[in-house]
Design a protein around this ligand. Structure first.
Ligand SMILES: *Cc1c(COP(=O)(O)O)cnc(C)c1O
Length: 484
């Protein structure tokens, strides 16, 4: 008899694994229940950081021991974006149903790049639900992506290929008869610079249009830049409008930009990573009127829909243009009339071939809650942001730094000192003290040269008292630092 045992990664005896898995689920639920009482974030001690320098494990470790290690290290020092007082950058709060979806997707195990599977059909359904939520026509297509950066990259790639005037897939950008020009406001997300650089256009091809006092693109300045580029022999190709900028949440005048694009024959890409889901919010949907006029649209379910990371989506008004940009089949991946390859390949609609079943977490939570509840959540966040702005306006020691367009509030402590540099130093210190205290998590930004604290209210667990506590802490630290 062969003395070597057969190797498989499944346990010989499932009973221990089953008990541990049940314990993990129980701990996860208990952890979510106790979230509010924990610090939002804590700096990781060096002893914990040291554990991530251990060498590659050659010998087995019991799973229960590994799980014990997690409790003291990885699970103990998270970002904190699931916490109700996390207001940093622009995240989502995740949700338990989504976590179950990710688990079940891994158990189901399919690769969604191609093949006739129910999982791929569900992925297509989620993309179609998002299309309907955005009011895009039946002929539109789309793809789930890792996030908003990739969703914008997909949209801008289709835009480049459609507007190039040559067959970019065959000839490349070196054969462009005229240099292409893209336009976006000075508030545009950095993902777009990365995208135009990766597309070989160079970031000088992305012209920054100035914004008004409400941080919205100046459409007259945009029109002037387009005319100037045409006169100089360049080819205006695409306007990137933002529905919800990252610093302030401002929304470009979408109908006006869309009209200009139509007049000028330009592609309209809308970055809706933050604001696209305003369209499902009954009280605020008018803010993104015109979003359905985009030729391509990027959205980010892992932000306002609270989907666990990662989940972004690109929609393209004409599905064929998306397909023509990305479809490609090796000899080993031919579509058949029957059998497992008798289906549309999702890999034909984006950069990636192997794809996770990330659709499931969204598919499950959209069904569980219904779109109306997500829309009400969007309205709830905006209501809290407006209430916070009112308190700031009524408090002489605080200053509102930008109009509150949606769920982002920019403000600062107004000290006795006056200069911009002093206010920046003071507010940065207030921010860092609050971050390190674990009480709340604000971050900052610079708005037309002025430093600002910033709270993005985008967690389904946040309540009005959480925002009051943040402002109380800003005032307390501000007064302490000023010695009053
Ligand atoms: C977050 C964000 C992005 C990038 O999305 P990721 O999901 O972080 O890759 C792009 N544009 C805007 C406006 C964003 O807020």
């Amino acid at each position: 008899m062969d003395t070597r045992s057969h190797i498989s990664l499944d346990p010989d005896d499932w009973s221990e694994t089953r008990a541990l898995a049940h314990r993990i689920v129980d701990d996860a639920i208990a952890g979510l229940g106790g979230l509010r009482d924990r610090p939002v974030w804590q700096p990781m001690p060096d002893t914990v950081r040291e554990t991530f320098r251990s060498p590659v494990p050659l010998q087995p470790t019991p799973l229960a021991d590994i799980y014990d290690d997690l409790g003291a290290t990885i699970l103990r020092y998270p970002m904190g974006n699931t916490h109700p007082r996390f207001f940093a950058w622009y995240m989502g709060g995740s949700n338990f149903t989504g976590a179950l979806g990710d688990f079940l997707a891994a158990i189901e195990g399919s690769n969604l790049g191609g093949g006739d599977t129910a999982a791929a059909a569900a992925d297509g359904q989620v993309v179609d639900w998002l299309r309907q939520m955005m009011g895009f026509p039946d002929a539109a297509g789309g793809t789930l992506t890792s996030g908003g950066s990739m969703a914008n990259m997909v949209g801008l790639t289709v835009a480049r290929n459609a507007m190039a005037g040559v067959d970019v897939r065959a000839d490349g950008i070196t054969d462009l008869p005229q240099p292409l020009r893209f336009y976006a406001s000075d508030q545009v997300h950095s993902a777009h610079q990365k995208a135009v650089e990766a597309l070989g256009l160079g970031h000088k091809a992305l012209r920054q249009v100035p914004t008004d006092a409400a941080f919205r693109m100046d459409v007259n300045a945009l029109a002037a830049m387009i005319a100037e580029d045409r006169a100089a022999g360049r080819r205006p190709a695409c306007v990137i409008a933002t529905a919800g900028t990252t610093s302030t949440g401002s929304i470009d005048d979408l109908p006006a930009v869309a009209a200009l694009c139509r007049r000028e024959g330009l592609w309209l890409h809308i970055d809706g990573c933050i604001g696209a889901f305003l369209r499902i919010a009954p009280e605020n949907r008018q803010l993104v009127e015109g979003i359905d006029l985009a030729d391509s649209l990027a959205l980010d379910p892992h932000k306002w829909l609270q989907t666990p990371f990662e989940c972004g989506c690109a929609l393209v008004r004409d599905r064929r243009q998306l397909f023509e940009t990305f479809n490609l089949h090796g000899d080993y991946l031919q579509v058949q009339a029957r059998g497992i390859a008798a289906a549309e390949f999702l890999g034909d609609y984006g950069f990636e071939l192997s794809r996770s079943f990330k659709a499931l977490k969204l598919w499950m939570s959209l069904r569980e809650h219904g779109v109306e509840r997500f829309g009400a959540l969007v309205d709830q966040h905006i209501g809290m942001a407006r209430a916070m702005a009112e308190r700031i306006a009524a408090e002489p020691r605080l200053e509102l730094m930008a109009p509150v367009a949606i769920n982002i509030v920019c403000f600062r402590y107004r000290g006795a000192v006056g200069s911009e540099a002093e206010l920046r130093a003071l507010n940065t210190e207030i921010m860092l003290r609050i971050q390190e205290s674990g009480v709340a998590m604000p971050t900052d930004t610079t708005l037309h040269g002025r430093h600002s604290l910033r709270a993005a209210i985008n967690n389904h667990r946040t309540r009005p008292e959480d925002l009051d506590l943040l402002l109380d802490e800003v005032l307390r630290h501000g007064m302490a630092l000023q010695g009053c």
